[in-house]
Each structure stands twice: as C-alpha cells, then as structure tokens.
Ligand binder design. Structure first.
Ligand SMILES: [Zn+2]
Length: 408
C-alpha cells in the first residue's frame, strides 16, 4: 500500500475540473484504493509541492517515426516520401527497432503519457519488438503494425496476404497478453491499402471486436489521390465504410476536411476521431473542424502524431489544440479533459483510466506546482498547458508502479 498526500486535479467532464487540496490518496496493488481528507496512517509520502493528474493519453502516435521529429517538408505526401518511408524502412532491422522503441517509451513516460495508441513500421519484427519493450517497461498501450500493400516504396510494401496474416499473428500473440497491452489493426490510409486488405482487416476486427486505426482526410492532395483511386466511391469516408473499417472501436486520425454526410457516417458507425493539432500545423494540413465534431456529437481525443508532431508531451498537444483554432476557444479544462478522461472515453477505457477515482487504475502524473494551496485549478491547468511543460513532470505511475521519477 502506498499513501500519498497531494492536491488532485480531476477532469469531471469537457468543461469542469475538480480540484481537491490536501487529499490522502492510497494505492493498493495497481488501483486507487481510497481518497480522503484524513490519513489512515501517520506515514505518507509528501507530494504537496505537486498537483496530481490522471496519466495522459496519446491516442495517435507513430513509434517508428520518433527520430524524424522536426524534419521539415512542405506537406503530407512529400513528407511521407522524403522522411517517413525511408526512416520506417530502417526498423526492418530488429536492433534498430529495439533501440527506437526504448527511446520512444522512455520519453513518453517522462512526459506523463501513460497510455498510447501506436503505429509501428510495417514489419512483424518491429511491432513485436515494440510490444516486448512496452511489456518490459510496464506501460499501457495499443500497438499495431502499419498495413500497406499498394502504391508504397520497395522495402515497405507488403504482399496482401502476408501483411494481413502478420497482423493476425501479432493480434493472437499480444492482444490482452497482460492487462496493459492490446493489438490495434492499423491500415495506414486508403492510398496505400488495397480494398482486399482493408476488407480482410475490417472483417477480422469486427468478428473479434478488435481495435482499428487509420488516417482520414488529413490533407487536400491526399483526398484528391483517394478520389482518383476510388472514382466510383463518393467520399473518402465511404471507402472505409465499404471495407468494413468503421465502428465503435475505430480511431480515425485527423478527419479535417469532411462533408456533413461523412460526419454523419462517422457518427452513425460510432467511430471516434483523433485530433493531432501539432502535426496539423507542421504539415499545413488544415484546421480541425472542432465545432462540427461537437455539432455531430462525435467523440474525439488528442494525439501527438509524432513524427509529424514534434513532441510527445500532451501538454504541448493541448497548447496546440487551442492555437490551431481560429475561432473556437479551447479552454485549459477542455484540453485537459481531452488528454485524460475524453481520451479514455474515445478508446473505450474510461472504466479503467482517465480520471482519479477509487477503483480506477493508478495511472498518475505528479507535476511540480508553485503555491498549489493558494491557486485556482484553471490557473494551474493554464500554466501546465502553456509553460515549460516538460520540466514540470515530477513522478509518473503506471498501474500502481513508479515508472519515472525526476532526480531530486
Ligand atoms: Zn499519423
């Protein structure tokens, strides 16, 4: 049992954050066992110089692109060809995949992200390695190997049946192997996936109630390309609909340039959207239609989209979420909700993570805070979101265990 005295910032909903000062929090095993104003014991660990947040959730990130953050290009399609594909090809070597997975997860934990939804390079060994390192380090993750079987560079393009079978093998090997790890089927995006590969994947995932992630309508040139490849289909979203890729466990990255009829399809199928504002700035992809998503009541979460995103810090992503909107004002409370409880809701894990409540998994971030006793929650959240983000993370727990503690 661990007993901690601290101040808790807990997202209640999209617009409200509860701030409880001088709370005694106990962790028993991997769960939050109690929250009270009085200690059960005389010996507690003092974290009253910090605020305690739920572990943050990065719902869209590319592990194998970790080292190409900040490599400039004009926009999405040239950037994929100039930087992403050559770098992902390097992960065909297991030694390289091992090194990059370690670097990635260590940075992720250090920045307070306790759950991540990950694409790896399109190799069985690279994805398997990512799972092994995640298991060794004890982090929570959904991981999938990118699928691509057409219009792709040599070295990355797979044969349809091999690509599908390797993903199925990874699913059987890793999905639910321990309580922290799950497989997510990851057709990269329509331009590099054949209809047969998408359909095989969609059908398998729906039979097995498995997760799917892909990219949708990030960039105008990409949309033109999809139209030229699928002239008989009336929209990009319908390409995924026809191939059985949409559903309540499908996470659609970006979803920027969408018609009302596409939003309607996303809503009806129960699919979720992941907004990646830092990446949208970097690749000049466009402005996420925040108000439209709210109007259609489509749940969405936040992702770093590293390597097009430049930093794994979800505080950075929260900041960019507000900066990227010309008119919609993203409050610190709303950004915080999306990086925590809202993220958990989007990936269907809000019964386990995303908030600080008795019975939930002890995925916790302690961030340094000046004068927490005298300040309001909005002031503290605003500071976390806009200032010196990486320096503030003091200690990180995943599933009841300390995974990062800054040297004192
Ligand atoms: Zn992405």
């Amino acid at each position: 049992m661990i007993l901690i005295k601290t101040h808790i910032l807990n997202p209640l909903n999209r617009f409200e954050t509860e701030f409880r000062k001088n709370v005694f929090l106990t962790i028993k095993g991997n769960r939050i066992h109690s929250l009270s104003d009085q200690p059960d014991d005389d010996h507690w660990e003092d974290y009253t110089h910090c605020v305690c947040l739920p572990g943050m959730i990065d719902a869209h990130v590319h592990l194998s692109q970790f080292r190409i953050r900040g490599k400039h290009s004009s926009e999405l399609l040239p950037w994929l060809n100039e930087h992403v594909f050559p770098e992902e090809a390097r992960s065909s070597e297991p030694e390289y995949a091992d090194v990059i997975a370690r670097e990635f997860f260590q940075d992720l934990i250090r920045k307070g992200t306790t759950t991540s939804v990950i694409y790896t390079a399109p190799f069985f060994s690279a994805c398997d390695k990512a799972f092994r390192i995640a298991e060794e380090l004890g982090v929570r993750a959904l991981i999938g190997a990118a699928l691509m079987d057409v219009n792709s560079p040599e070295g990355l393009q797979q044969k349809t049946d091999t690509a599908f079978q390797e993903s199925v093998d990874l699913y059987h090997e890793w999905n639910g192997k321990n309580e922290l790890l799950e497989y997510i089927f990851s057709p990269r995006f329509a331009p590099v996936c054949s209809p047969r590969l998408m359909k095989l994947t969609g059908d398998f995932a729906s039979r097995n109630n498995a997760y799917i992630q892909t990219h949708l309508s990030e960039n105008l040139e990409e949309i033109k390309l999809v139209r030229s490849l699928y002239p008989e289909v009336s929209s990009y979203t319908e390409v995924y609909l026809k191939n059985n890729l949409l559903g309540p466990k499908t996470l659609l990255g970006h979803a920027i340039h969408l018609s009302d009829s596409e939003l309607e399809i996303i809503k009806k199928t129960g699919s979720k959207v992941i907004h990646c504002p830092d990446s949208n700035f970097f690749l000049k992809s466009g402005q996420f239609p925040w108000s439209d998503l709210l109007r259609f009541e489509i749940p969405f979460a936040l992702g770093s989209d590293v390597g097009a995103g430049t930093d794994l810090s979800m505080f950075q992503v929260m900041k960019m979420a507000n900066y990227r909107q010309d008119e919609y004002i993203v409050s610190p409370e709303e950004a915080f909700y999306l990086a925590t409880r809202g993220g958990a809701e989007a990936i269907g894990k809000d019964d386990q993570i995303g908030a600080i409540e008795v019975g939930k998994s002890a995925d916790l971030v302690f961030a340094d805070c000046r004068d927490p006793q005298t300040r309001e929650s909005s002031d503290i959240l605003s500071e976390l979101m806009y200032l010196e983000t990486n320096q503030k993370i003091n200690t990180v727990f995943v599933n009841g265990k300390i995974k990062f503690q800054r040297a004192r």
